[in-house]
Design a protein around this ligand. Structure first.
Ligand SMILES: [Zn+2]
Length: 359
């Protein structure tokens, strides 16, 4: 079994366990729920992970209480007492900015701006959550109707309801109170509690992203790699715009990895093997600043390690000419169009990656 497959299996097992755990706690009631909580705190290294890599281990009532301390009265009413805010009154109904909607209480990422649509219902509406496991559904027969209530899987915050009258591709409408959500603009890093523990991100530009993404996905400890754009001035750039070479963006691969399995330095070593870092603003037959060799450190530590890595490479004499790789400030990462993702896996073919030694 490949390491990547192993992590998928582990994630799937965790998902099944989470489902069983939730199902059993719903059926058996509060006594069993508290027993489950006790069990999970005793084995502190045991955490339930969603497929998206988030820690969705249910919070203890005391932890929820602590988080609820900074809620306003209205938020309390909606989140803790299953209230509904007045239609057309929430602050996120007309929000069209690019970013992530996280749980107001525990900050678990729940919905992305890409799945938001105007339902004219008076509440923010989405056709799918970030990850099915992040939103829990429960039958709700209150108010003389049969509905399906939706809750945050991790902290049990009331979100709203889900209805079967949404747009494709899911046909669902997740109707959510603004008070249950916090919007994180795409140009800001996600707050504490939203980034999955044991998960870090790294951003590399090394020519055509199809090949770079494909190579990173084969490294043990890499959870996923996504092709996208970073480092330019245009908001929400398209591939067409990038191709002109005038937007300033580079074709960037966002690597999500488990630092207990693979270090940033290992990724950097891989990066310098996957492409030729001495080529300025090109990579093989691909010319233009969008194909430049660049690293976008997400943290101070990554910046220091990148600088040291480039110096080490310069001194090693592995390349006869100077390293052209630039270290650039982190900025908003825009995922590329769907047809660019997993391009190799879907289409085969090859992308020029000079300097790469095929194993
Ligand atoms: Zn939550």
């Amino acid at each position: 079994m490949t390491p990547r497959l192993t992590s998928i299996v582990i994630a799937a097992s965790a998902a099944i366990f989470a489902t069983l755990l939730l199902a059993s706690s719903l059926r058996i009631g509060s006594e069993h729920t508290s027993m489950t909580h006790t069990a999970s705190t005793k084995t502190s290294d045991f955490r339930i992970r969603s497929e998206a890599g988030q820690d969705i281990t249910p919070l203890l009532p005391s932890q929820v209480e602590e988080l609820a301390k900074d809620l306003t009265d209205e938020e309390r009413d909606v989140i803790l007492r299953k209230g509904t805010e007045a239609p057309f009154c929430g602050n996120l109904i007309d929000n069209k900015l690019d970013g992530t909607y996280v749980c107001r209480l525990c900050k678990l990422p729940l919905f992305e701006s890409g799945s938001k649509f105007n339902s004219q219902s008076g509440w923010p509406s989405f056709f799918t959550p970030v990850d099915d496991e992040h939103v829990n559904s429960v039958r709700d027969d209150s108010a003389g109707m049969r509905r399906v209530e939706i809750l945050c899987t991790r902290c049990d915050a009331h979100l709203g309801h889900v209805f079967p009258d949404g747009p494709p591709p899911t046909g669902k409408r997740f109707c959510v109170n603004s008070a249950s959500l916090e919007f994180i603009n795409g140009d800001r890093p996600l707050p504490d509690g939203t980034v999955a523990p044991d998960t870090e991100f790294a951003y590399f530009a090394g020519g055509c992203f199809w090949g770079v993404e494909d190579r990173f996905q084969q490294i043990d400890g890499v959870l996923d790699a996504v092709s996208g754009y970073m480092g330019g001035s245009l908001e929400n750039p398209s591939y067409r715009a990038i191709c002109t070479g005038t937007t300033g963006h580079a074709e960037v691969v966002r690597v999500r990895y488990d630092p207990s399995l693979v270090t940033y330095s290992d990724l950097l070593d891989g990066f310098f093997t996957f492409h030729d870092p001495t080529q300025l603003n090109r990579q093989g037959p691909d010319f233009g600043t969008q194909y430049r060799s660049a690293v976008f450190p997400a943290t101070e530590k990554q910046a220091e390690q990148t600088k040291a890595g480039i110096e080490k490479l310069e001194q090693s004499g592995r390349f006869k000419t100077r390293i052209a790789t630039t270290i650039e400030p982190w900025s908003t990462f825009y995922a590329a169009e769907e047809y660019h993702q997993d391009y190799y896996a879907k289409n085969g073919g090859s992308c020029a990656l000079p300097g790469f030694d095929d194993e």
